[in-house]
Design a binder for this molecule. Structure first.
Ligand code: R1P
Length: 298
């Protein structure tokens, strides 16, 4: 059955609705960044750039780094944008735009987020690199998909009890990175973490400027949550390490669509100590260089 024009929306020149990309513009290794200006910061290291396009917050450049084809795309902020980027990237590689049907052979993308984030643990200082081993989505995105099979209900239940999570808030979902892909990005320079993804920057991350939050102890309780990770070898006690706004959505949708994903975070703020990086651009640039060099050796 062909997917109708109202569901898979194509622009007159054959590109997909929001990203404005055609299938030939996408490499099988994709770096996502939040900030559209960070796309050029990544491609500044490239040997060549073959294609660049921007529509709204979605700026994309494709080129090569040390000979390896890579697409860099900005998602803007939040998992609502992740829904668009992940679905449209997948459509670009796995749906035949002429027949509007699924291709017989599906392509699995490697999706690597290079983002910024705030630590909630004192011992993860500003300017650290953190790889999100797991992520907990405090947004609702994954609940709109048939996704129970990829969630971790035992951790979700423990989290809801520990936090006294209010019923009117969306139910948290726990998802994990692709551990094969992640293995390429681990080193003694990188902390492994459990990332909390939320729907906002201020109240949803416990920041108070003028408005009081509904739970003033949220970040403290987030930092104190512990669970016994049965998936790690050796078994270890894990804790929530950092807050940002995209990782859980990326992990959830990537897994459902058959892609591999990992999220690399430059820790710019430490919420437990109240500190912010003195050189945020330098730290982010170092993470870009580190991540590109790891991709080049894959
Ligand atoms: C908030 O300032 C934004 O920064 C973080 C958050 O996830 C959110 O998108 O990531 P990026 O720097 O990748 O956008």
């Amino acid at each position: 059955m062909a997917i109708p024009a109202s569901e898979l929306i194509l622009n007159p020149e054959g590109s997909i609705y929001h990203l404005h990309l055609r299938p030939e513009h996408v490499a099988s290794t994709v770096i996502t960044v939040g900030d559209p200006d960070r796309v050029a910061a990544v491609t500044a290291h490239f040997d060549t750039i073959t294609h660049t396009v921007q529509c709204r917050e979605f700026k994309t450049s494709t080129g090569t780094y040390k000979g390896k084809p890579i697409t860099v795309i900005s998602t803007g902020i939040g998992t609502d944008n992740i829904d668009i980027v992940l679905n449209e990237l997948d459509a670009l590689v796995n749906i035949d735009f002429k027949t509007r049907t699924l291709k017989k052979t599906l392509t699995s993308l490697d999706i690597i987020r290079i983002g910024t984030s705030g630590s909630i643990q004192e011992d993860i200082p500003v300017d650290s690199f953190l790889l999100s081993d797991m992520a907990i989505g405090l947004d609702a995105l994954l609940h709109f998909y048939d996704s129970a099979s990829i969630q971790h209900p035992e951790i979700q239940k423990a989290f809801i009890e520990h936090m006294g999570w209010a019923a009117e808030k969306s139910e948290p979902y726990v998802v994990s990175c692709d551990r094969d892909l992640a293995s390429h990005f681990l080193s003694d320079q990188v902390v492994q973490g459990f990332t909390a993804t939320n729907v906002g920057f201020y109240g949803p991350q416990g920041r108070v400027l003028r408005l009081q939050t509904s739970d003033a102890t949220m970040n403290q309780k987030l930092g104190e949550f512990r669970y016994f990770d049965k998936l790690s070898i050796p078994f270890r006690e894990s804790k929530i390490t950092n807050l940002e706004m995209e990782t859980a959505g990326i992990y959830g949708l990537a897994k459902l669509l058959g892609h591999r994903a990992v999220s690399m975070n430059a820790i710019l703020a430490n919420r437990a100590t109240g500190t912010f990086s003195k050189e945020p651009n330098k730290t982010t640039d170092h993470l870009i260089q580190y991540t590109l060099d790891r991709i080049a050796t894959m």
